[in-house]
Ligand binder design. Sequence first.
Ligand code: PEP
Ligand code: MG
Length: 556
Amino acid sequence: METTLRGVGVSHGVAIGEVRHMGTAVLEPPAKQIPADAAPREQERARKAVEAVAADLMARGQLAGGEAQAVLEAQAMIAQDPELMSDVDRRITVGSSSERAVYDAFAAYRELLAGAGEYMAGRVADLDDVRNRIVARLLGVPMPGVPDSDEPYVLIARDLAPADTALLDPALVLGFITEEGGPTSHSAILARALGVPAIVALPGAGELPEGSVVAVDGSTGEVFVNPDADRRAELAKQAEERKAALAAATGPGATSDGHKVPLLANVGGPADVPAAVEAGAEGVGLFRTEFLFLDDSKSAPTEAAQVEAYRKVLEAFPEGRVVVRVLDAGADKPLEFLTPADEPNPALGVRGLRSLLKHPDVLRTQLTALSKAVAGLPVYLEVMAPMVADRIDAKDFADACREAGLNAKFGAMVEIPAAALRARSILQEVEFLSLGTNDLAQYTFAADREVGAVSRLQDPWQPALLDLVAMSADAAKAEGKSCGVCGEAASDPVLACVLTGLGITSLSMGAAAIPYVRATLAKHTLAQCERAAAAARAADSAEEARRAAQAVLSGE
Ligand code: PEP
Ligand code: MG
């Protein structure tokens, strides 16, 4: 019999296939004592296993490229953390086998992370993944991870580690579902980059029987278990219609009555550019430059290395617009040389622009590199700061840009509710706003974006979030300036229409979402978008807002 489950859709499309579960067996090696003279050999084995796993993660990163590469390289660094390694050595010296020493050292580190606050929850999955890989290698058993299968399947996991998400083969993995993870977690962002339908935060996903058939609708977040013939036919028809609509819609983003809304891409570096160009992005609306810094958290890349990376992205969009965000370190993207290690709550601490203002040399190098990279190129460069709280922040950033002689527009991201509430004041200092709805939702609802349990509050359809978007767009209009959205909200085609109706002037998203947003926007007039926006804002919940907007847009 058909049953329906509901999670949070994070990557569009429909997939029907058999369930395969991720190999998640926790390998707990026996606690046996080794003789003292075996210690050096065991230490050597541990070191070799760590090096092999780190090399494997780096190789996977190179294969995957883009944001995935930075995440995997960060994992390789966890594996080689000198403190972890010396703990492993110490445990072997007092009689542990190498596999048990690795297991226990990671467990101790895990406890440390768990005690460091809720926000670390996302990193714990990465840590467990690295541990499992090292222990599996030492025990000589197959690596945990993506199942071995020659037939395409729907992958189910508790949470997907970036190492696995990055290597999912779209030819074999029809779609994926996770029990944990929020809509703005790293896994979700990487899934969108991959372009397979995906659903996160689906309670009970782990209990779906291996081999059972499910239909996944990544747009609505619905999973139909044992879909009947009618359901399959209906989903297949919808998928065909979507495909036809996608193929029909080309060119710049606009409503059916010609109101232009440039569709831009979110990129993490030059590796993401080909997909953006292929999807017809009109430029880049968010270049997450911190991914260039995550390679080596101990120091910033040199000015020359930065110039090279920026230039590659800027060159790809002649006559287009490229919005570069200066380094957004801290919280879930800590950098050793910038981020204080002892903050009680890093998401509320010195992150984003705050950390750059404390390290003006890092900001200056980045702005100088941008200035050199853009020289002679026919691109419209815009530079923005993450986590701007008020006019003082905005002024400090604009001053730094002017001092660096940067020939670009300067902007502020609206990620903190205070910035939306006082958007007009911030616009006295900068020329544009860009809404980071992922963090804006996190701070508006006091809901950590890495924690699946609070994903209801991370839903970008929340009317309170829409109110803050409307305030920012109104302020920009009153000041004659632009206000885009570059958070994940822009990648939901129906919500993109609502954002347009609220007065948002550009939408930036992972490249895979662009054709969907373009096609949906092209089916509706600006007046319809405005009515949908008003209906969504009049709702009392995210679900009600979504339904109300959908009803207006489908003419019900
Ligand atoms: C956001 O917060 O919405 C955003 C675009 O920035 P990031 O996801 O990189 O924090
Ligand atoms: Mg952000």
